[in-house]
Design a binder for this molecule. Structure first.
Ligand code: GTP
Ligand code: MG
Length: 219
């Protein structure tokens, strides 16, 4: 059998890091969640509305930088699931989320906080903190925009624990890449903080531990 690590066998630099992040996409019925995912992953858009049943999946692989590959596993949750009892299953081990509303339909904005509190109560990072959530004001290509001004949305995000918001259009491909890039950057930053804390814990453990007397005491 050939030797070497998996990274070496596929011809990559051995120091390449690979991550798989589960990303939730939630929001009211018909706001464009599936369209955002389809646009980002497959560069496709359709005017037809086919409601998602339960949850749909899509995978996108990105070269974040020379040493980091990221695979995003999207869980595109049907709008009608807010009334079901499965979201706690769907949300397990998520690394981040988009909450989507339709800029041309204020009712969908009013429901955003229900989705956010559903996420906060059922999805946490390993250290117990809430997962990063980006708010997407979708369908910005439409004329009849929401009454929310950018300043109000900034304030809304600060008040309600969203990391930020983007005006998006799955139809015209506006800000979809940017929003995904922002979310991945936040997830990676959270990870490196966790990793640093884990490393500090290890150092603390080493400092606190009594000096090992012999090999038999090492684990
Ligand atoms: P559920 O699966 O039922 O929860 O809906 P969804 O949020 O996944 O919505 P979906 O992506 O299926 O889109 C609903 C309708 O909105 C479709 O007819 C899309 O073509 C349309 N749509 C989605 N995004 C946009 C957009 O950015 N602009 C415009 N004009 N229409 C959009
Ligand atoms: Mg859908």
């Amino acid at each position: 059998m050939a030797g070497g690590s998996a990274a070496e066998r596929v011809g990559r630099a051995p120091e390449t890091r690979e991550f798989l992040f589960k990303v939730l996409v939630v929001g009211e019925l018909g706001v464009g969640k599936s369209s955002v995912v389809q646009r980002y992953v497959y560069q496709l858009f359709s005017e037809d509305y086919r409601a998602t049943i339960g949850v749909d999946f899509a995978l996108k692989e990105i070269a974040w930088d020379l040493h980091t590959r990221v695979r995003l596993q999207f869980w595109d949750v049907a709008g009608q699931e807010r009334f079901g009892n499965m979201t706690h299953v769907f949300y397990k081990e998520a690394a981040g989320a988009f909450v989507v509303f339709d800029m041309s339909d204020n009712d969908t904005f009013r429901e955003v906080l229900k989705w956010k509190s559903d996420l906060d109560s059922k999805a946490q990072l390993p250290d117990g903190s809430p997962i990063p959530v980006v708010l997407l004001a979708n369908k910005c290509d439409q004329k009849n925009h929401s009454s929310q001004s950018p300043a109000q949305l900034d304030h809304f995000c600060r008040e309600n624990g969203f990391v930020t918001w983007f005006e998006t259009s799955a139809k015209d491909n506006i800000n979809i890449e940017e929003a995904a890039h922002f979310l991945v950057g936040t997830i990676l930053a959270n990870r490196s903080i966790c990793t640093r804390e884990e490393q500090e814990d290890v150092i603390r453990l080493h400092q606190d531990a009594p000096p090992a007397k012999g090999k038999s005491q090492c684990c």
